[in-house]
Design a protein around this ligand. Structure first.
Ligand code: KIV
Ligand code: ZN
Length: 390
């Protein structure tokens, strides 16, 4: 695989599904997994099999169904977790066990009431044990974002020796700044023996709104896998949004990084996840939000009607949205009114437009958004004839 190819590890069904109130059943998870496979993700993290019989069943059935992507199951650094994960992955074409442990002093002292050396031993043991079941082992150093780099490098080196194939460096609490997270990845690239034999992975949370920026800082410093979710869903403020990192790489060719994602399926996949989870994203959500390609101010509308690229840095068709929308409001200008009138069948002369525009503004002041029916009504009131249709 080319060194410019970034693997997309989708964790919508594991970390994403940890959103309160958005639990999916096995049938719904299978529908999403099937879509992710067609979308072109490299790895689907299907669940945490020891956590419940339902999660076990989901991982097992997804493993049977998915034919292209690898299927991954999460574990803690516990033997029983690893055994159950291995069993749930039995039918996967490309199984991966994702095991790990907290490495920050906060986790070591408060969560495990342990010390750095003992935690390192547990990490090594977990990876070595997982390796007895499958070849592909991803190790996560939970709270790596707040872990001392020198200790983190020693843990990484030790788990590579034990058989890890992918090293996940999670900013579990979403605390890092992009410079800091990028520097952490760079430090590991430069200070861990054997690092070039494994893939470094970013796993960023969005507590300070930096999950996407941190993931990008990670890959520009040498990581080659991004862990992300559709719509950026996940615990608390969520995870890195898949659609954002994929479109950043596509729209910035000088980064010279690519993915295997069919971007034209991003919008429909986002809608599918919203429908099944019963959770809508905000209208201004980057890339797939309802307003991501909507223009409502007169200056912007005039520009977009003349040339889309004046106010759009990506083509809506590239993410599966039919077209940019020109939304009529009291901030819209004559160009937008003429444009929408033409769409509903009225070719306005300059004189007609000048006549109607003040009426339109009055109307729009009383209504948040002027829709197509309103435009037709306005034309009829002014006795404008519809264009003859061919
Ligand atoms: O955020 C995190 O640290 C995680 C790990 C369990 C991979 O989700
Ligand atoms: Zn996480």
């Amino acid at each position: 695989m080319s060194n410019n190819r970034v693997q997309i590890f989708d964790t919508t069904l594991r970390d994403g599904e940890q959103v309160p109130g958005c639990k999916l059943n096995t049938q719904q998870k299978l529908i999403i997994a099937e879509r992710l496979d067609i979308l072109g993700v490299d790895i689907i993290e299907a669940g945490f099999p020891i956590s419940s019989p339902g999660d076990f069943a989901s991982v097992e059935q997804i493993s049977r169904m998915v034919k292209n992507a690898g299927v991954c199951a999460l574990t803690r650094a516990h033997q029983k977790d690893i055994e159950v994960a291995a069993q749930s992955l039995k039918y996967a074409v490309r199984p991966r066990i994702h095991t790990g442990i907290g490495t920050s002093d906060s986790h070591i002292i408060h969560k495990f009431k342990s010390n750095r050396e003992a935690i390192m031993e547990r990490a090594i043991k977990a990876v070595a044990y997982a390796k007895t079941f499958v070849e592909d082992i991803e190790f996560y150093a939970e709270d790596a974002g707040r872990t001392d780099n020198e200790y983190l490098a020693r843990v990484c080196e030790a788990v590579i020796k034990a058989g890890a194939t992918v090293l996940n460096i999670p900013d579990t609490t979403g605390y890092c700044l992009p410079e800091e997270y990028g520097a952490k990845i760079k430090y590991l690239k430069e200070n861990v023996k054997g690092i070039d034999t494994v893939i470094l992975s970013t796993h960023c949370h969005n507590d300070l709104g930096l999950a996407t920026a941190n993931a990008i800082a990670g890959i520009t410093n040498g990581a080659r896998q991004i862990e992300c979710t559709i719509n950026g869903i996940g615990e608390r403020a969520g995870n890195t949004a898949l659609e954002e990192v994929v479109m950043i790489m596509k729209q910035h060719p000088y980064l010279n990084l690519d993915t295997g994602i069919n971007t034209k399926m991003l919008y429909s996949t986002s809608q599918l996840v919203q429908d099944l989870m019963g959770m809508r994203v905000q209208a201004n959500k980057a890339v797939i939000g309802e307003n991501a390609f909507a223009h409502s101010s007169g200056i912007h509308q005039d520009g977009v009607i003349k040339n889309r690229e004046t106010y759009e840095i990506m083509d809506p068709a590239d993410v599966g949205v039919n077209e940019s929308s020109i939304v009529l409001t009291a901030r819209s200008g004559r160009a937008a009114l003429a444009y929408r009138a033409e769409i509903v069948g009225f070719d306005l002369t300059k004189v007609e437009l000048d006549d109607i525009y003040p009426q339109f503004l009055k109307f729009a002041d009383n209504k948040k958004e002027v829709d197509d029916d309103d435009v037709v009504h306005l034309m009829e009131l002014n006795h404008i004839q519809k264009k003859a249709t061919a």
